[in-house]
Ligand binder design. Structure first.
Ligand SMILES: Cc1cc2nc3c(=O)[nH]c(=O)nc-3n(C[C@H](O)[C@H](O)[C@H](O)COP(=O)(O)OP(=O)(O)OC[C@H]3O[C@@H](n4cnc5c(N)ncnc54)[C@H](O)[C@@H]3O)c2cc1C
Length: 644
C-alpha cells in the first residue's frame, strides 16, 4: 500500500479506469445500498465476450457510480466495515445478474461464490490420516501443483515426480514467440492464489513465473522430485498400493510406492508431426512450436509454418515482421473472436485497485467466471429443424456466425480474395474458439502468404503443394499441435487384473468416470483425463480445481474411514460414459463439417466435457463412495478371517 496521498491518488486513478459493472458490485457490498442494482444504474448486457467496461450506461451515470464507489472505498480504507461481507446466495445471484445484464439461475450461486472467494474450492484439513497413507502425483504442471497444494492443506503425505527441471508443464514447454493464454488471467489463475497480472491475457513467461511463485508460496519445491520420469506404474492388489518405476536424474531406476497415484501428466504432449513425403530431405532448420529453437534467429528468413491452429495463431502474428517471408499452410480455417482486452497491459492504476481492493478483484473474476461459462452452452446444441445444418446449428449459432463473419470481413479489409480461405465453413465453436490476436490483419501483410492446398512433398529447400506450386523456404516450423487423444501414452499403467490402460482404452478411445476414475485401476486418478475439457469455455485452472475437489473428497473419506482401496464400479463408469456420448451427439463437436483434436479415429469425442460447467461443479462437490468398490486394509481382512 502506498503512503496516504499516493494511496488516495492511485485509488482515484484506479476507480477512473475501472470496469463499471464491477465497481457497481463493490459499491453495493461496501455500502449495503441495493438501490444501485436497479435502473438507472443497472448495466445493459454486452454484445460478444468483452468486459463491457461502461456497462453501456450514460456518461453521467457512470460518473455517479465512480464517484460514489471511490467515496465508499476511501471510507472502507479508513476503517468503515464492509456492509455486506457475505451476500446470501440470492443476493449474490441478483448482484451478478445485474453486473452481467443477464438472468443468472440461482443454482449457480455456490459456484459463483467460489469464483468470488466467498467460499473455497480448496480441501480442508483431515483429522486422521492412516499410517503409511501416501499419494504420488505424476507431473508438476497446473494440475499437479493444484493437487499438491490440496494435499498439503489436507495434511496427506505426498510426493510429486516431474520429468522436467522445474514446474510449469505446458508453460515451461511452449516457448514460441507469442505463446500465451486465450483465457483471461484474472480467471485463469488458482482461486487460492490471486495474482498481480501485468496483462489481461498473459504471455508464457508471466504464466511460468506465476506457477513458480505458487510453488514457492506453498513451499512445494521440496516435495517435488525434478528430472524424475515415470516409466511405469503397477497396482499390487495384495499390498493395496502402487509401485511406480521412475528414471532418476542420474540415470538410475527406482521403484516408489504409494497408496494412491494421481496422474497429472497433461494432454498437450507429445508434439505431433504430420507424415510428409521428403521431409527428411529438408536441409534447413525444422522444428515444432513446442520445441522452440531459442538459439535460432528467424530474422530475414523465408519461413514455412505448417498448421494454423492455436499455436500458429499466436506465433505467426508475433514473427510476421521479423521474417523475410512467411508461408502458412493451413488444413482448414479457424474461427477467432475479437476481445478488446486481448494483448493489453493492465493499466498501473487498475493493478493498484486489483491489489488493494480485493472486492474489486473478486467481482472482476466472478464476472469473467460467468462470461466464460455456460452462457453460450444452449447455442451449441444442434436443432434438428434448423434448415442450414452445414453452416450452423440453430438461429443463435447462426447469429454468432454472422457476427464473427462480419468481424473477419472488416479485418481483411480490401483483401476480399482471402475471404474464401479465411472464413470457416463449419459452425462457430466447432473447434476451440480462438481469440484474434491480429491473425486476419496479418494476412494482409505483403510478407505473408496463406496456402489452402495440401502439401504434396518437402524438398531440400522447398515445400510443394498438391497443385504443383513450389515455395522456397529456409526454415520449416510445425504448428501441428499434440497427440492429445492418446491419454497417458508416455508410460504404462497396469491395474488390478494386470491389464494396461492402453489395452483397456485401445489406441485412442480413453474413457473414465467423471474424467478421473477407471475400473480395474484402484486408487488411481487422472487429472485432465478423458472428457474433462469444457469445449464451450472456461479456465482450465478452475476445471482442475473442481476435479481435484472430487479426488480430495475420495481421499478424505478413505483416510477418515480407514478404507484401503477404492475402485470405480464398471456399471457406474459405463452409464456415465453412455450419457457423455449421448449428450455429445446433440453438440457442435460431433458436427461432420470439421476435423478437430477433440474426436478420435472413430469420431467419438474424447477430449471435451459435453455438459454444463455447473453440472461438473455439482458432480465434483462430494464423492459418493457407493459408486466405488471399497476394500478395508488387507491386514484387517486377515484379522477378520482369523477371528471367524
Ligand atoms: C499453447 C497452449 C495454450 C493454452 N492456453 C490455454 C488457455 O488459454 N486456457 C486454458 O484453460 N488452457 C489453456 N491451455 C491448456 C493447458 O494445457 C492447461 O491450461 C494446463 O496448463 C494443463 O496443465 P496440466 O498440469 O494438466 O498439464 P501440463 O501442463 O502438460 O503438465 C504435465 C506435467 O507432467 C509432466 N510429465 C508428463 N509425463 C511425465 C512422466 N512420465 N513422468 C514425470 N512427469 C511427467 C510434464 O513434464 C509436465 O510438467 C493451453 C495449452 C497450450 C499448449
Amino acid at each position: 500500500m502506498a503512503n496516504g496521498d499516493d494511496d488516495a491518488r492511485l485509488l482515484a486513478e484506479g476507480v477512473a479506469a475501472a470496469n463499471i459493472p464491477t465497481l457497481l458490485m463493490v459499491l453495493v457490498q461496501l455500502t449495503g445500498e441495493q438501490d444501485w442494482l436497479e435502473p438507472p444504474y443497472r448495466p445493459r448486457r454486452a454484445h460478444g465476450m468483452g468486459d463491457n467496461d461502461t456497462g453501456r450506461l450514460p456518461d453521467a451515470i457512470q460518473a455517479e457510480i465512480r464517484e460514489s464507489a471511490l467515496e465508499a472505498i476511501v471510507a472502507w480504507r479508513a476503517g468503515r466495515p464492509v456492509a455486506i461481507p457475505s451476500p446470501t446466495p440470492e443476493l449474490l445471484v441478483r448482484m451478478l445478474s445485474c453486473a452481467m445484464g443477464d438472468e443468472i439461475p440461482l443454482d449457480y450461486a455456490p459456484m459463483m461464490a467460489s469464483q468470488n472467494g466467498l467460499d473455497q474450492v480448496l480441501a480442508s484439513p483431515i483429522e486422521r490420516v492412516p499410517e503409511g497413507f501416501r499419494v504420488l502425483v505424476i507431473g508438476a504442471g497446473v494440475s499437479g501443483l493444484a493437487m499438491a497444494v490440496n494435499l498439503q492443506v489436507a495434511g496427506i503425505p505426498f510426493q510429486v515426480v516431474e520429468k522436467g527441471r522445474t514446474v510449469g508443464g505446458t508453460w515451461r514447454e511452449n516457448r514460441y514467440p507469442g505463446a500465451g493464454v486465450d483465457s483471461p488471467n484474472h480467471l485463469y489463475s488458482f482461486t487460492f492464489a490471486p495474482h498481480d497480472w501485468s496483462m489481461f491475457f498473459a504471455l508464457r513467461e508471466e504464466l511460468q513465473g506465476y506457477l513458480e511463485l505458487v510453488t514457492d508460496a506453498f513451499g512445494l519445491r521440496d516435495a517435488i522430485r525434478f528430472e524424475t520420469e515415470v516409466e511405469s506404474a503397477t497396482y499390487d492388489a495384495d499390498a493395496q498400493q502402487w509401485e511406480v518405476d521412475v528414471r532418476c536424474a542420474d540415470g538410475t531406476n527406482e521403484t516408489l510406492k504409494a497408496t494412491v497415484v494421481v496422474a497429472a501428466a497433461g494432454i498437450f504432449n507429445p508434439a505431433k508431426f504430420p507424415a510428409i513425403r521428403g521431409l527428411e530431405t529438408f536441409e534447413g532448420p525444422c522444428f515444432h512450436t513446442a520445441q522452440w529453437r531459442e538459439d535460432f534467429d528467424l530474422a530475414g528468413k523465408r519461413v514455412a509454418v505448417i498448421g494454423n491452429g492455436a499455436s500458429a495463431m499466436q506465433l505467426c502474428p508475433a514473427i510476421q515482421n521479423i521474417v523475410e517471408s512467411m508461408t502458412i499452410f493451413q488444413r482448414s480455417s479457424q474461427w477467432a473472436a475479437p476481445f478488446e482486452q486481448f494483448q493489453k497491459p493492465v493499466p498501473q492504476a487498475l493493478r493498484y485497485l486489483f491489489n488493494e481492493v480485493p472486492l474489486y478483484r473478486q467481482w472482476y473474476r466472478t464476472r469473467l467466471g460467468w462470461t466464460f461459462n455456460d452462457r453460450i452452452y444452449d447455442s451449441l446444441h444442434k436443432d434438428p429443424t434448423w434448415p442450414h445444418p452445414e453452416r450452423s446449428l440453430n438461429p443463435t449459432n447462426d447469429a454468432h456466425r454472422e457476427f464473427f463473419t462480419q468481424y473477419i470481413v472488416s479485418e481483411l479489409g480490401d483483401r476480399t480474395d482471402l475471404l474464401d480461405l479465411a472464413l470457416p465453413r463449419y459452425p462457430p465453436f466447432g473447434k476451440r474458439m480462438l481469440l484474434d490476436n491480429g491473425w486476419y490483419r496479418m494476412l494482409r501483410n505483403g510478407r505473408v502468404t496463406l496456402v489452402g492446398d495440401s502439401i504434396a512433398e518437402v524438398r531440400p529447400n522447398q515445400v510443394v503443394t498438391e497443385d504443383g506450386r513450389e515455395f522456397d523456404v529456409d526454415v520449416l516450423i510445425f504448428a501441428t499441435g499434440f497427440d492429445v487423444l492418446r491419454f497417458l501414452s508416455a508410460f504404462d499403467v497396469r491395474g488390478r487384473s494386470g491389464c494396461t490402460l492402453r489395452e483397456r482404452w485401445g489406441d485412442d478411445d480413453a474413457r473414465a468416470y467423471l474424467s478421473v476414475a477407471v475400473p480395474d485401476f484402484p486408487n488411481f486418478f487422472v487429472l485432465y483425463g478423458p472428457n474433462c475439457q469444457p469445449g464451450h469455455g472456461g479456465s482450465f485452472m478452475f476445471v482442475a480445481e473442481m476435479v481435484i475437489h472430487y479426488v480430495m473428497s475420495v481421499l478424505t473419506q478413505m483416510a477418515e474411514e480407514g478404507i484401503a482401496s477404492v475402485e470405480i464400479r464398471q456399471d457406474v463408469h459405463d452409464q456415465y460414459n453412455e450419457s457423455v456420448d449421448r449428450e455429445h451427439e446433440q453438440m457442435v463437436w460431433t458436427h461432420p463439417g470439421m476435423e478437430t483434436y477433440y474426436r478420435n479415429s472413430k469420431g467419438r469425442v474424447v477430449v471435451n466435457y459435453p455438459f454444463r460447467n455447473i453440472e461438473m461443479w455439482n458432480k465434483t462437490r462430494q464423492a459418493d463412495l457407493t459408486e466405488f468398490i471399497t476394500e478395508a486394509p488387507a491386514t484387517q481382512h486377515v484379522e477378520e478371517r482369523q477371528s471367524v
